[in-house]
Design a protein around this ligand. Structure first.
Ligand code: 2NL
Length: 360
């Protein structure tokens, strides 16, 4: 048997040399475990005579305590070292500036869509949607647009391709959202109050036109709806939309196949050093087209024109979004990115050439 001092030196060295907790546990089991070396020595005490047992027992106990203490200390040291190692690799400089995250914004057209679909429903209108590919009946015939009308020419409207021998009725990309309102009348009958916002398509591309744009149309049919109701409704809308107390609208006689009489509607505004103000000043800007729904249109939609009448209007959304949010140029919607949208985001009504450009 090794002397106590030899044992002690061996186990303390083993403890000091243990590389991790598992190694440390091996040392513990070898020395102090049930079948460990020191435990075996302790078991042997019983066979000694009392004098020798006393001396050996005391020194074995002291050895056991010392190894035990060394194991605990080494365990703490290993845990500290492991933590130090982690802190070396996982440190965080809390003084660094934050990483910029890309910010999104709601597109002005989407924003205006949301505004429209809040304002009109406040006046009792529901919101309707419909297909963007329409039969030429819904897009044209039902709206009293005759076959020879220029809008029905191949170069103004996108016609769907038909294979030779395919005799289904022609379909087009809708040129306005009117067909949505025709469908609503056919499905729901009169009385009805509905708006139809959405994408529309025309073969047009220049500084102020794009082949796809957005429109909102409105329709109110009842027993005795008049142009007076139309005027009030549009004034209420403009007040809410442009966020001004007073608006003034001017109705100019016009012509659309689907309304009779028809009127284009202008809004009063001023332009002081490029700052546009709605509701004051001596300038007029066209914002929409409107009229009393033509009896033939009611008839086509299954509504009896001897019993019902009403108004309809149509308005370009891109245009009024540009006006409200001070965006001078359609290119901001297409070529541009968030920098443009952010730049123009909320600088409303402050662009010099917008009105002139729009009504041209
Ligand atoms: C414009 C003119 C207008 C309508 C759209 C309409 C719809 C039905 C019946 C009758 Cl279902 N009319 N819509 C009426 C007048 C004018 O739009 O210049 N829009 C930008």
């Amino acid at each position: 048997m090794d002397g106590i001092d030899t044992l002690k030196a061996r186990y303390l060295a083993a403890v000091a040399g243990a590389a991790d907790e598992a190694g440390l546990e091996e040392v513990r089991v070898a020395a102090l475990g049930k079948k460990g070396e020191i435990s075996a020595l302790m078991a042997g005490l019983g066979k000694m005579d009392p004098e020798a047992r006393k001396a050996a027992g005391a020194s074995l106990n002291a050895l056991k305590d010392e190894i035990d203490a060394a194991l605990r200390a080494r365990k703490v040291a290993l845990a500290d070292a492991a933590l130090d190692e982690r802190l070396k690799t996982e440190w965080l400089d809390v003084t660094l500036p934050g990483r910029p995250r890309p910010r999104g914004t709601v597109h002005p057209v989407s924003q205006v869509m949301e505004e429209l679909t809040a304002i009109f429903p406040d006046m009792g209108f529901s919101v309707a949607e419909g297909p963007q590919v329409e039969s030429d009946w819904y897009n044209f015939d039902a709206l009293n647009i005759p076959p020879e009308h220029p809008a029905r020419q191949e170069h103004d409207t996108f016609f769907m391709h038909r294979a030779p021998g395919d005799n289904r009725p022609p379909h087009v990309l809708r040129t306005h959202t009117s067909p949505v309102q025709i469908r609503a009348m056919m499905e729901r009958g009169a009385p009805i109050r509905v708006i139809a916002p959405g994408r529309v398509y025309r073969m047009d591309m220049d500084q102020t036109h794009t082949p796809m744009f957005h429109q909102v149309e409105g329709l109110a049919i009842d027993r005795d709806i008049s142009m007076a109701n139309l005027k009030w409704c549009l004034e209420e809308f403009c007040r809410a939309f442009f966020e001004v107390d007073k608006v003034e609208l001017r109705f100019r006689a016009s012509h659309f196949p689907f309304t009779e009489p028809s009127a284009e509607v202008d809004i009063r505004y001023s332009n002081t050093g490029g700052q546009l103000k709605i509701g004051e000043g001596d300038k007029w800007m066209e914002i929409l087209g409107s009229g009393m729904v033509h009896p033939k249109v009611l008839q086509a939609a299954g509504v009896d024109p001897t019993q019902w009448q009403g108004f309809a209007f149509g308005m370009g959304i891109d245009r009024i979004a540009m006006l409200k949010y001070g965006i001078p140029d359609l290119r901001a919607f297409f070529e541009a990115d968030l920098r443009w949208l952010r730049h123009y985001g909320f600088s409303a009504l402050d662009v010099p050439d917008l009105a002139g450009g729009l009504s041209a």
